[in-house]
Design a protein around this ligand. Structure first.
Ligand SMILES: Cc1cc2nc3c(=O)[nH]c(=O)nc-3n(C[C@H](O)[C@H](O)[C@H](O)COP(=O)(O)OP(=O)(O)OC[C@H]3O[C@@H](n4cnc5c(N)ncnc54)[C@H](O)[C@@H]3O)c2cc1C
Length: 285
């Protein structure tokens, strides 16, 4: 399908990009990899009068690993994460989740910032941001601000971003050695969006009991969720069969998905329990 008409700009600096985005009373849109925006235009779900291409903003492309954690520039592509061997240790959960995103052609172009801004409830990166308590650094006409992931996602395809704001980077807290983790996803075909996925991690204490459990759920609500009821089951307990069974039941009980064309609510409720169970088994092993 042909795209609706729009003006196009390709700024070389961040201030220029922000000025352009703020120049159309909310009718301008950033263009990153185009992997979500182009279909939105083709289906007439978005009608921007100006596209501001971010591809020349080289400062948004870096992956920084330090004692403060992992910072991913907004224009980092899935492919960059896949190819970064250091992330294997610095953030294995991120690596595992990104491996489920789409097909390699899309992974060559799709970006971290685009995925966060698009806020698809079944997308992996927003789920990782929520599970890991990421911070999202943005800049707009009124200056920079940092938005906790928990405040960023406000509904399906809806975020806390102002129309003139650009995501600059997402910051994931440090990943201690010895952390146990698992990521499990079920999709109809490899590379499809998740029907449901679970991201879990915990830091075992000296006796092997779980501390600092974080459990995230993808694809079961209008936004990615943390599941505190499941984390409560895990904290202070050994991650054995009895705990995992209880966590699975708690995960199914604490979500409230809707029926849709892909699955019934009951199916998705059961599925997220199974994803949490499998992720915990992976983590414990
Ligand atoms: C067939 C297909 C299958 C896919 N499967 C998956 C999947 O399984 N899992 C998954 O997570 N994703 C999937 N995707 C989406 C893909 O991962 C994209 O990378 C992702 O949606 C972001 O797209 P993009 O970076 O190309 O951003 P664009 O499409 O360019 O932009 C998306 C939105 O974000 C805004 N935006 C982009 N960058 C910024 C920024 N820095 N600051 C502010 N706003 C910004 C744009 O204005 C637009 O509203 C799939 C896409 C396709 C086409």
């Amino acid at each position: 399908m042909k795209l609706p008409p729009f003006d196009y700009a390709c700024p070389t600096t961040l201030p220029e990009a922000i000025a352009l985005l703020g120049s159309r009373d909310g009718d301008a849109k950033a263009l990153a990899g185009g992997q979500s925006l182009m279909p939105m235009l083709a289906f007439r779900l978005a009608h921007p009068t100006l596209l501001v291409d971010l591809r020349k903003l080289a400062d948004l492309r870096g992956i920084r690993i330090s004692a403060r954690g992992v910072a991913l520039g907004a224009m980092v592509r899935w492919r960059d994460i896949e190819d970064d061997a250091q992330l294997e240790r610095a953030h294995p959960l991120l690596k595992a989740a990104v491996a489920h995103i789409a097909h390699y052609q899309i992974r060559n172009r799709g970006t971290v910032g685009g995925s966060l801004a698009h806020a698809d409830p079944a997308a992996e990166m927003p789920g990782i941001a929520i599970t890991c308590e990421a911070e999202i650094a943005v800049v707009g006409k009124s200056g920079p601000r940092v938005i906790p992931a928990a405040d960023f996602f406000q509904g399906a395809l809806t975020t806390a971003l102002a129309p003139d704001e650009i995501i600059v980077e997402v910051r994931l807290p440090p990943w201690p050695a010895g952390r146990r983790w698992g990521f499990q996803e079920f999709a109809r075909r490899r590379g499809d969006f998740a029907m449901a996925a679970a991201a879990v991690f915990y830091d075992p204490d000296e006796s092997g009991k779980a501390r600092n459990a974080h459990v995230g759920a993808i694809g079961v609500a209008d936004r990615p969720l943390r599941l505190p009821a499941v984390e409560e089951v895990l904290n202070g307990r050994p991650i054995d069969e009895a705990t995992i069974a209880q966590a699975e039941a708690a995960a199914s009980a604490c979500v409230d998905p809707q029926d849709d064309i892909h699955a019934s609510a009951a199916y998705r409720r059961a599925l997220i329990g199974t994803m949490v169970e499998r992720a915990l088994k992976r983590a414990a092993a």
